[in-house]
Design a protein around this ligand. Structure first.
Ligand SMILES: NC(=O)c1ccc[n+]([C@@H]2O[C@H](COP(=O)([O-])OP(=O)(O)OC[C@H]3O[C@@H](n4cnc5c(N)ncnc54)[C@H](O)[C@@H]3O)[C@@H](O)[C@H]2O)c1
Length: 353
């Protein structure tokens, strides 16, 4: 198995976490740290033998020994840095959010497709043992058909200067829902209701409703003003229901063999139908989870996608779908909560047409 070389671009708050995980991975050689601020790049590069500190992105991209670039610069710069890297034939992993607009994300997805390189979004939560297990259980049919997803992410949070609570917190829920639902998150519309009871000038409390094509529904509740912290997702299925409580390390995941079965029968041939409702009250169990750090699993997925010439599990399209839903949520919020329609094929395909 050949080792791949990566340069981390951006050595601020998050870049060091990427650098540490790439440096510790058997799949990767951390070749360079690039930051506009040389002192920052040097300070980080010194921690890893063989990593060079540079300020010039063009020099990194011109180096044929570097296979991939990991971008941890501010979101507004992702588009320019990623397009330059893709044009140089590098595989790219971009920190979330993939870009600061859906249009820019589409351009990035299209460019990577044309160049034949891997474009991955680091939706870090998706690589936590709990979320990987949820995806595995749904994929194996353990929950049956998905009927609803209810996600709550509330705490006493910092009111952000540049974004509302939807853009600050909901990307986590949306990227996770996108990751665990077979085929990804492709809602028919997004209806967002927000409240700003303190007069902060933006929504500090948000409710987002996403009807899914199957008739199921996903709902996300985000809030900066809650004195208690809740990080919970309930995924209801036709066979079982799963509850993920991220703040309960003893039992993050619980699977309930409980639910409602509805059988309809034709009473007299065609016209009249009767519904029989029965309740299942079975066992609850807690799946075992590994202890692996999410960014280590992310780095390994990036390497495997490159080696196998396939899309990463959180690919550019996943980043684009999250941005499309967030933009639809903002449109809905502006219109006072009217559902804003999403057209999956057109909006989410990454085509520029
Ligand atoms: N996955 C996660 O859980 C997670 C957590 C935190 C932040 N992030 C994401 O990581 C990214 C970076 O966030 P941060 O908090 O580390 O930002 P930051 O401001 O702390 O650091 C950004 C760094 O990038 C450098 N930089 C800016 N433009 C550059 C360019 N063109 N070329 C080279 N270097 C450049 C800056 O000098 C700075 O050192 C954001 O997209 C953020 O959303 C992800």
């Amino acid at each position: 198995m050949n080792t791949l070389s990566v340069a981390v671009v951006g050595a601020g708050y998050w870049g060091p976490n990427l650098a540490r995980n790439f440096a510790g991975s058997p799949d990767w050689r951390l070749a360079a740290i690039c930051d506009l601020d040389l002192a920052r790049a040097e300070q980080l590069a010194h921690r890893f033998a063989g990593a060079e500190a540079v300020t010039d992105l063009a020099a990194v991209l011109a180096d044929p020994s570097i296979d991939a670039v990991a971008i941890a610069t501010p979101a507004r710069t992702h588009h320019a840095v990623a397009l330059a890297a893709i044009a140089a034939g590098k595989h790219v992993v971009v920190e979330k959010p993939l870009a600061d607009s859906k249009q820019k994300a589409r351009e990035m997805v299209a460019a990577a497709r044309t160049a034949g390189v891997v474009l991955m979004t680091d939706h870090t939560y998706c690589y936590t043992p709990a979320v990987l297990k949820i995806r595995e259980l749904i994929e194996a049919g353990e929950l049956g058909d998905i009927l609803f997803v209810d996600s709550v992410r509330i705490n006493l949070g910092l009111v952000q200067p540049d974004v509302d609570v939807f853009w600050d917190l909901a990307p986590h829920d949306l990227s996770i829902i996108d990751f665990v639902l077979p085929g990804g998150l492709k809602p028919l519309s997004a209806a967002a209701h927000g409240a700003d009871p303190l007069g902060a000038g933006k929504a500090c409390i948000g409710y987002l409703t996403l009807p899914l094509p199957s008739g199921a529904v996903a709902h996300v509740h985000v809030n900066w003003l809650s004195p208690t912290k809740i990080r919970k997702m309930i995924i209801g299925g036709s066979r079982r229901t799963l509850v993920w409580d991220d703040l309960n390390p003893q039992q993050r995941l619980s699977v309930y063999d409980r639910g409602i079965d509805l059988e309809t029968q034709a009473l007299d041939g065609l016209e009249r139908r009767a519904a029989t409702v029965s309740y299942r009250l079975g066992d609850t169990w807690a799946p075992a989870l590994s202890e692996r750090e999410a960014l280590d699993a992310m780095a390994s997925e990036f390497a495997t996608a490159i080696r196998e010439g396939r899309h990463a599990r959180t690919d550019g399209e996943a980043g684009l779908r999250v941005l499309a839903v967030l933009e639809a949520a903002s449109r809905s919020l502006e219109s006072g909560g009217d559902p804003s329609r999403l057209e999956p094929e057109k909006e989410l395909a990454g085509d520029l047409a």
